[in-house]
Ligand binder design. Structure first.
Ligand code: PLP
Length: 470
């Protein structure tokens, strides 16, 4: 009884320890966020505290508030160093842009630009006309256009082609999920299309497609297995076989290529061959779509290439207006496409200065040298520091089987866990993102820009010498 009264009294005293929002904000200056944002975080946290059973002393309250502000500040969009070895990392923003792309983007976006003005005639011009022509050339297609991302490209094509005939013929082996929240069957159904599934998960034959085609078939859709592979008792008709069937039945044939490599991946990086839009179109596909920010190495965009009549019809769909790209994307895309065209369309040579392509094709020896230099700089730190060979991946739901020989620095702190080190590195400035394996924290040099090496040394040194590490 007495104990409980005493308890209540301390609680009351502590309740008085709860500062007002203003008092807390003042005590926590300088705030790491715009004031209204910081106030909102503090208000929420204090309200939660008032509802809780036990109220800590004011110093603890302030410490807690400081932590919440710091967490919110960390969640602001900011550059990070990618030490995961995954080149197209969706969580880390996929492809980094080329310097030329950034320069053009900066110039067109910081002022005005001729987005929809024909400078020759002085009349209203067509948005994206030049980049569409350049993309068509790059894909060796009669025509091309561009929307916000590959998912919207797919939706746009489905809407158009199922307007009069609602069925989409697709293999059960291709009703897949691509990354978080992108499920092909859901996308298809959201457009109002009716799925006409054929074959089984592991085997679909040309005859299955042929049997499924009816007067209600609007298109045949093939989805490239970009983020997984199947082995064993598997079969599916080739793009060429399917396009012959589609032509015979007079049905449009569309392929969602996803990653959209524009270079010969096998020659450039010694990995498996990733089909290019040009070669898919050569096999008779009517329309192909792919992402701008995967293997192409540009901004987020969905590129559609193929038959002129179909591309024009897509552009006339009222929905196209809702999916169109802005000047930022079109600027970055134009510079990216030109980098390929300057390199002979990906045939003669590799596009210069595209970070994703440079990382994909970087030889391992210099990576090892850089890892060794970082390890040397950390000698004396309270940790086991090694240079290890490992396999980097392409990522972004592309080439799941392909691995690139790479080198990483592997660090195991003497006084703490590798995951504690990983957590500290995520809060460095800039944050450094690595991976954990066998008790070590790994930073793979393939995805680190060489000019970021000093920042890694600095962040690792600071984290390892922090006492205590956690
Ligand atoms: C990644 C991918 C998509 C989605 O592309 P976004 O540009 O992210 O919308 C669609 N289809 C395939 C096959 C993909 O690999």
């Amino acid at each position: 009884m007495l104990a409980s009264v005493r308890h209540r009294m301390t609680d009351m005293a502590n309740l008085r320890a709860i500062p007002s929002v203003e008092q807390a904000a003042q005590a926590l200056e300088p705030l790491p966020l715009p004031r209204p944002m910081a106030m909102s975080v503090i208000r929420g946290e204090l309200a939660r505290l008032r509802r809780s059973k036990s109220i800590p002393p004011r110093s603890e309250i302030l410490e807690q508030l400081g932590k919440r502000l710091h967490e919110t500040a960390l969640s602001r969009l900011q550059p990070v160093i990618n030490g995961t070895g995954v080149i197209i990392h969706t969580n880390l923003g996929r492809a980094p842009l080329a310097p030329d792309a950034l320069q053009l983007l900066q110039q067109t976006a910081s002022g005005y630009c001729n987005l929809e003005l024909d400078l020759g005639s002085g009349k209203r011009g067509s948005r994206g006309l030049y980049v569409e022509q350049a993309l068509a050339l790059l894909c060796r297609a009669p025509a091309a256009t561009v929307v916000n991302n590959c998912a919207s490209a797919l939706i746009l094509m489905l809407r158009l082609l199922t307007r009069d005939k609602p069925e989409v013929v697709i293999s059960r082996g291709e009703l897949v999920q691509i990354g978080g929240g992108f499920k092909i069957p859901e996308i298809l159904e959201a457009t109002g299309a009716h799925l006409r599934e054929v074959g089984t998960t592991n085997r679909t034959r040309l005859a299955d497609y042929a049997k499924a085609v009816s007067k209600d078939t609007g298109l045949i859709l093939k989805v490239h297995r970009s983020n997984f592979f199947m082995e064993g008792f598997v079969a599916s008709p080739s793009t060429g076989e399917l396009s012959t069937l589609a032509k015979r039945k007079r049905i449009p044939f569309v392929e969602d290529l996803g990653s959209g490599a524009l270079i010969a991946t096998e020659a450039a990086a010694g990995i498996e061959h990733e089909p290019t839009p040009a070669e898919i179109l050569r096999q008779g596909v009517d329309l192909v779509c792919f992402s701008g920010d995967k293997l192409m190495g540009g901004p987020q965009a969905g590129i559609i290439a193929g038959r002129r009549k179909l591309v024009q019809a897509l552009k006339q769909d009222p929905f196209f207006r809702a999916l169109r790209c802005d000047k930022l994307v079109l600027s970055a895309l134009q510079a990216t496409v030109e980098a390929y065209l300057d390199a002979g369309g990906g045939k003669a040579g590799l596009p210069k200065d595209l970070p994703a392509i440079r990382m994909l094709t970087a030889p391992p020896a210099p990576l090892k040298k850089r890892a060794q230099r970082i390890a040397d700089a950390l000698s004396g730190a309270p940790a086991i520091v090694q240079v290890v060979e490992r396999n980097a991946r392409i990522g972004g739901g592309t080439l799941p089987r392909s691995e690139l020989k790479s080198f990483a620095i592997a660090i195991k702190p003497l006084a703490a866990s590798a995951s504690a080190l990983a957590a500290l590195m995520r809060q460095a400035s800039p944050p450094v993102i690595g991976t954990l394996a066998e008790g070590f924290f790994h930073i793979d040099l393939r995805t680190v820009f060489p000019q970021q090496d000093p920042a890694i040394i600095q962040a690792l040194g600071a984290a390892l010498n922090r006492n205590p590490l956690t």
